[in-house]
Design a protein around this ligand. Structure first.
Ligand code: NFM
Length: 221
Protein backbone atom coordinates (compact mmCIF):
# COMPACT_ATOMS: atom_id res chain seq x y z
CA UNK A 1 0.00 0.00 0.00
CA UNK A 2 1.17 3.51 -0.85
CA UNK A 3 1.56 5.71 2.17
CA UNK A 4 -0.81 8.69 2.20
CA UNK A 5 1.11 11.91 2.18
CA UNK A 6 0.46 15.62 2.03
CA UNK A 7 -0.40 15.63 -1.65
CA UNK A 8 -3.25 13.13 -1.28
CA UNK A 9 -4.53 15.07 1.71
CA UNK A 10 -4.49 18.31 -0.30
CA UNK A 11 -6.13 16.69 -3.31
CA UNK A 12 -8.96 15.46 -1.05
CA UNK A 13 -9.30 18.92 0.45
CA UNK A 14 -9.39 20.59 -2.99
CA UNK A 15 -11.23 17.78 -4.74
CA UNK A 16 -13.59 19.97 -6.76
CA UNK A 17 -10.82 21.97 -8.47
CA UNK A 18 -8.81 18.77 -8.98
CA UNK A 19 -11.77 17.17 -10.72
CA UNK A 20 -12.37 20.34 -12.74
CA UNK A 21 -8.75 20.11 -13.97
CA UNK A 22 -8.70 16.37 -14.71
CA UNK A 23 -12.25 15.91 -16.08
CA UNK A 24 -12.70 19.12 -18.03
CA UNK A 25 -15.45 19.20 -20.66
CA UNK A 26 -12.81 19.30 -23.41
CA UNK A 27 -11.20 16.08 -22.15
CA UNK A 28 -14.57 14.43 -21.63
CA UNK A 29 -15.48 15.39 -25.22
CA UNK A 30 -12.35 13.64 -26.50
CA UNK A 31 -13.30 10.54 -24.54
CA UNK A 32 -16.91 10.49 -25.75
CA UNK A 33 -15.96 11.35 -29.33
CA UNK A 34 -18.02 14.55 -29.49
CA UNK A 35 -14.91 16.75 -29.57
CA UNK A 36 -15.00 19.71 -31.89
CA UNK A 37 -11.87 19.61 -34.05
CA UNK A 38 -11.44 23.37 -34.01
CA UNK A 39 -11.20 23.10 -30.21
CA UNK A 40 -8.55 20.44 -30.60
CA UNK A 41 -6.59 22.60 -33.00
CA UNK A 42 -6.77 25.55 -30.59
CA UNK A 43 -5.54 23.37 -27.73
CA UNK A 44 -2.72 21.97 -29.91
CA UNK A 45 -1.39 25.40 -30.88
CA UNK A 46 -1.66 26.81 -27.37
CA UNK A 47 -0.10 23.73 -25.79
CA UNK A 48 2.83 23.82 -28.19
CA UNK A 49 3.61 27.34 -26.96
CA UNK A 50 3.09 26.25 -23.37
CA UNK A 51 5.48 23.32 -23.69
CA UNK A 52 8.21 25.56 -25.10
CA UNK A 53 7.88 27.65 -21.92
CA UNK A 54 7.69 24.51 -19.78
CA UNK A 55 11.19 23.43 -20.92
CA UNK A 56 13.06 26.17 -18.97
CA UNK A 57 10.76 25.50 -16.01
CA UNK A 58 11.75 21.81 -15.98
CA UNK A 59 15.38 22.86 -16.45
CA UNK A 60 15.09 24.96 -13.29
CA UNK A 61 13.58 21.98 -11.45
CA UNK A 62 16.59 19.99 -12.67
CA UNK A 63 19.01 22.57 -11.30
CA UNK A 64 17.26 22.50 -7.91
CA UNK A 65 17.30 18.68 -7.97
CA UNK A 66 21.08 18.78 -8.46
CA UNK A 67 21.72 21.44 -5.82
CA UNK A 68 19.08 21.06 -3.13
CA UNK A 69 18.08 17.42 -3.14
CA UNK A 70 19.82 14.98 -0.84
CA UNK A 71 18.96 12.13 -3.23
CA UNK A 72 20.96 11.55 -6.38
CA UNK A 73 18.06 9.73 -8.07
CA UNK A 74 15.90 12.90 -8.12
CA UNK A 75 18.09 14.36 -10.84
CA UNK A 76 17.61 11.25 -12.98
CA UNK A 77 13.82 11.43 -12.73
CA UNK A 78 13.73 15.10 -13.75
CA UNK A 79 16.29 14.56 -16.51
CA UNK A 80 14.05 11.82 -17.90
CA UNK A 81 11.18 14.29 -17.98
CA UNK A 82 13.30 16.86 -19.75
CA UNK A 83 14.43 14.29 -22.32
CA UNK A 84 10.85 13.30 -23.09
CA UNK A 85 10.03 16.96 -23.75
CA UNK A 86 12.49 16.75 -26.62
CA UNK A 87 10.38 13.99 -28.25
CA UNK A 88 7.26 15.88 -27.31
CA UNK A 89 8.26 18.97 -29.25
CA UNK A 90 8.90 16.79 -32.31
CA UNK A 91 5.51 15.16 -31.80
CA UNK A 92 3.83 18.58 -31.65
CA UNK A 93 5.45 19.57 -34.92
CA UNK A 94 4.12 16.45 -36.64
CA UNK A 95 0.65 17.02 -35.22
CA UNK A 96 0.79 20.64 -36.33
CA UNK A 97 1.36 19.45 -39.89
CA UNK A 98 -1.34 16.79 -39.59
CA UNK A 99 -3.96 19.26 -38.33
CA UNK A 100 -2.77 22.16 -40.42
CA UNK A 101 -1.89 24.32 -37.42
CA UNK A 102 0.94 26.72 -38.22
CA UNK A 103 2.62 27.29 -34.85
CA UNK A 104 4.52 30.32 -36.11
CA UNK A 105 1.25 32.23 -36.34
CA UNK A 106 -0.35 31.01 -33.10
CA UNK A 107 -0.83 33.88 -30.65
CA UNK A 108 -0.69 32.93 -26.98
CA UNK A 109 -4.03 33.56 -25.31
CA UNK A 110 -4.30 35.22 -21.90
CA UNK A 111 -4.65 32.01 -19.93
CA UNK A 112 -1.51 30.68 -21.59
CA UNK A 113 0.47 33.85 -20.87
CA UNK A 114 -0.68 33.91 -17.26
CA UNK A 115 0.25 30.28 -16.78
CA UNK A 116 3.69 30.87 -18.26
CA UNK A 117 4.21 33.95 -16.06
CA UNK A 118 3.32 31.83 -13.05
CA UNK A 119 5.92 29.23 -14.10
CA UNK A 120 8.53 31.96 -14.54
CA UNK A 121 7.93 33.16 -10.98
CA UNK A 122 8.44 29.60 -9.72
CA UNK A 123 11.80 29.45 -11.49
CA UNK A 124 13.28 31.96 -9.03
CA UNK A 125 16.08 30.59 -6.87
CA UNK A 126 14.05 31.74 -3.84
CA UNK A 127 11.41 29.08 -4.46
CA UNK A 128 12.05 26.09 -2.24
CA UNK A 129 12.62 22.62 -3.65
CA UNK A 130 9.49 21.03 -2.07
CA UNK A 131 7.36 23.84 -3.51
CA UNK A 132 8.64 23.56 -7.09
CA UNK A 133 8.44 19.74 -6.92
CA UNK A 134 4.80 19.93 -5.84
CA UNK A 135 4.05 22.28 -8.74
CA UNK A 136 5.94 20.06 -11.18
CA UNK A 137 4.02 16.99 -10.05
CA UNK A 138 0.65 18.75 -10.36
CA UNK A 139 1.37 20.03 -13.88
CA UNK A 140 2.32 16.56 -15.11
CA UNK A 141 -0.35 14.70 -13.16
CA UNK A 142 -3.24 16.74 -14.60
CA UNK A 143 -2.27 15.71 -18.14
CA UNK A 144 -1.63 12.12 -17.10
CA UNK A 145 -5.03 11.78 -15.40
CA UNK A 146 -6.88 13.62 -18.13
CA UNK A 147 -5.53 11.71 -21.10
CA UNK A 148 -5.54 8.33 -19.33
CA UNK A 149 -9.28 8.90 -18.86
CA UNK A 150 -9.65 9.14 -22.65
CA UNK A 151 -8.14 5.64 -22.98
CA UNK A 152 -10.05 3.90 -20.18
CA UNK A 153 -12.66 1.21 -20.89
CA UNK A 154 -15.71 2.41 -22.73
CA UNK A 155 -14.02 5.33 -24.47
CA UNK A 156 -15.13 6.51 -27.90
CA UNK A 157 -11.99 8.55 -28.48
CA UNK A 158 -11.59 9.25 -32.22
CA UNK A 159 -8.69 7.20 -33.56
CA UNK A 160 -6.91 10.28 -34.91
CA UNK A 161 -6.72 11.67 -31.35
CA UNK A 162 -5.42 8.53 -29.64
CA UNK A 163 -1.82 9.61 -30.32
CA UNK A 164 -2.27 12.63 -28.06
CA UNK A 165 -3.97 10.50 -25.42
CA UNK A 166 -1.18 7.90 -25.45
CA UNK A 167 1.47 10.60 -25.14
CA UNK A 168 0.33 11.50 -21.62
CA UNK A 169 -2.00 8.60 -20.81
CA UNK A 170 0.54 5.77 -21.21
CA UNK A 171 1.79 3.66 -18.31
CA UNK A 172 5.36 4.95 -18.51
CA UNK A 173 4.15 8.52 -18.04
CA UNK A 174 2.01 7.34 -15.12
CA UNK A 175 5.05 5.74 -13.47
CA UNK A 176 7.10 8.87 -14.07
CA UNK A 177 4.37 10.99 -12.41
CA UNK A 178 4.44 8.62 -9.44
CA UNK A 179 8.22 9.03 -9.17
CA UNK A 180 7.83 12.82 -9.16
CA UNK A 181 5.06 12.51 -6.57
CA UNK A 182 7.27 10.37 -4.33
CA UNK A 183 10.05 12.96 -4.54
CA UNK A 184 7.61 15.74 -3.66
CA UNK A 185 6.15 13.74 -0.76
CA UNK A 186 9.60 12.96 0.64
CA UNK A 187 10.52 16.67 0.56
CA UNK A 188 7.21 17.72 2.10
CA UNK A 189 7.70 15.32 5.02
CA UNK A 190 10.66 17.36 6.19
CA UNK A 191 9.35 20.79 5.22
CA UNK A 192 8.55 23.62 7.64
CA UNK A 193 4.97 24.76 8.20
CA UNK A 194 5.64 27.83 6.11
CA UNK A 195 6.86 25.78 3.15
CA UNK A 196 3.83 23.49 3.45
CA UNK A 197 1.49 26.48 3.22
CA UNK A 198 3.33 27.65 0.11
CA UNK A 199 3.28 24.21 -1.51
CA UNK A 200 -0.45 23.78 -0.95
CA UNK A 201 -1.10 27.22 -2.41
CA UNK A 202 1.03 26.48 -5.47
CA UNK A 203 -0.76 23.16 -5.97
CA UNK A 204 -4.16 24.87 -6.03
CA UNK A 205 -2.88 27.58 -8.35
CA UNK A 206 -1.55 25.00 -10.82
CA UNK A 207 -4.98 23.36 -10.86
CA UNK A 208 -6.64 26.74 -11.51
CA UNK A 209 -4.24 27.47 -14.36
CA UNK A 210 -4.91 24.03 -15.85
CA UNK A 211 -8.67 24.63 -15.79
CA UNK A 212 -8.22 28.03 -17.44
CA UNK A 213 -5.94 26.39 -20.01
CA UNK A 214 -8.56 23.80 -21.00
CA UNK A 215 -11.12 26.59 -21.14
CA UNK A 216 -9.24 28.21 -24.03
CA UNK A 217 -10.21 25.30 -26.26
CA UNK A 218 -13.85 26.44 -26.04
CA UNK A 219 -13.00 29.48 -28.14
CA UNK A 220 -12.05 27.12 -30.96
CA UNK A 221 -9.99 29.61 -32.97
C1 NFM B 1 -1.05 23.09 -19.99
C2 NFM B 1 -0.23 21.84 -19.88
N1 NFM B 1 -0.09 21.26 -18.69
C3 NFM B 1 0.65 20.12 -18.57
C4 NFM B 1 1.25 19.57 -19.67
C5 NFM B 1 2.01 18.28 -19.52
N2 NFM B 1 3.40 18.43 -19.44
C6 NFM B 1 4.19 18.39 -20.54
O1 NFM B 1 3.82 18.22 -21.66
C7 NFM B 1 1.08 20.20 -20.90
N3 NFM B 1 1.60 19.73 -22.04
N4 NFM B 1 0.31 21.34 -20.98
Amino acid sequence: MEKRGMIDTWIDKHRSIYTAATRHAFVVSIRDGSVDLSSFRTWLGQDYLFVRGFVPFVASVLIKACKDSGESSDMEVVLGGLASLNDEIEWFKKEGTKWDVDFSTVVPQNANQEYRRFLEALMSSEVKYPVIMTAFWAIEAVYQESFAHCLEDGNKTPVELTGACHRWGNDGFKQYCLSVKNIAERCLENASGEVLVEAEDVLVRVLEHEVAFWEMSRGGQ
